[in-house]
Design a protein around this ligand. Structure first.
Ligand code: IMP
Ligand code: MG
Length: 180
């Protein structure tokens, strides 16, 4: 699996140190919330969520949302599909929405809008990675662990064609692996 990686972009130790900082900020910012509901976008945010939330000593609840926007390639399809039969009850709650990466912005924008439409009191967003690019949807995250260049990355939750999510670091995939 490591052979398919051209270069490591964010090493495991670097991610861990940065998560300490982001988690401390989140803990401070939400300390007065009676019910903080965290909503993670599956499957990409799984690893980020697990490592981040274990550093946040607040009484929070975790919900997950299944959303698809990529459909197997390396280009966003431009459409965000909600795949769950039943969506979490977010009415009146402050939501911390987690995703792996902010790319075109369509996912975060569509999910934030949906949560507000479902009656959330407020939606804040946190992402592990944010690509430096002009976004199709004008949205920025409230908490960003790392800004990266506009290239396709895998690992630490991020996949290519369903694989590489379990790499402990974020890396750039070798172009020979990408199906044309
Ligand atoms: P957006 O809607 O274009 O912002 O895309 C967000 C979603 O696209 C993320 O939740 C990821 O699942 C996926 N994505 C965007 N860029 C990458 C990447 O470089 N590697 C893997 N997945 C990505
Ligand atoms: Mg994905």
């Amino acid at each position: 699996m490591d052979n398919d990686i051209e270069r490591i972009l964010v090493a495991e130790e670097v991610i861990e140190k940065r998560l300490d900082v982001i988690a401390a900020r989140i803990t401070e910012d939400f300390r007065h919330e009676e019910t903080l509901q965290v909503v993670a976008i599956l499957k990409g945010a799984l690893v980020f969520m697990a490592d981040l939330l274990r550093r946040v000593p607040l009484k929070l609840e975790i919900e997950c949302l299944n959303v698809a926007s990529y459909h197997g390639g390396t280009e966003s399809s431009g459409q965000v599909d909600f795949l769950d039969q039943k969506l979490p009850d977010v009415k009146g709650h402050t939501i911390l929405l987690l995703d792996d990466i902010l790319d075109t912005g369509r996912t975060l924008q569509a999910v934030s809008a949906k949560l507000m439409e479902m009656g959330a009191k407020e939606v804040k967003t946190a992402v592990l990675l944010s690509k430096d690019k002009v976004r199709a949807a004008e949205v920025e995250a409230d908490y960003t662990a790392f800004e990266i260049a506009d290239e396709f990355v895998v690992g630490y939750g991020l996949d290519y064609d369903g694989k590489y999510r379990n790499l402990p670091y974020v890396g750039v995939l070798d172009s020979k692996v990408i199906k044309s």
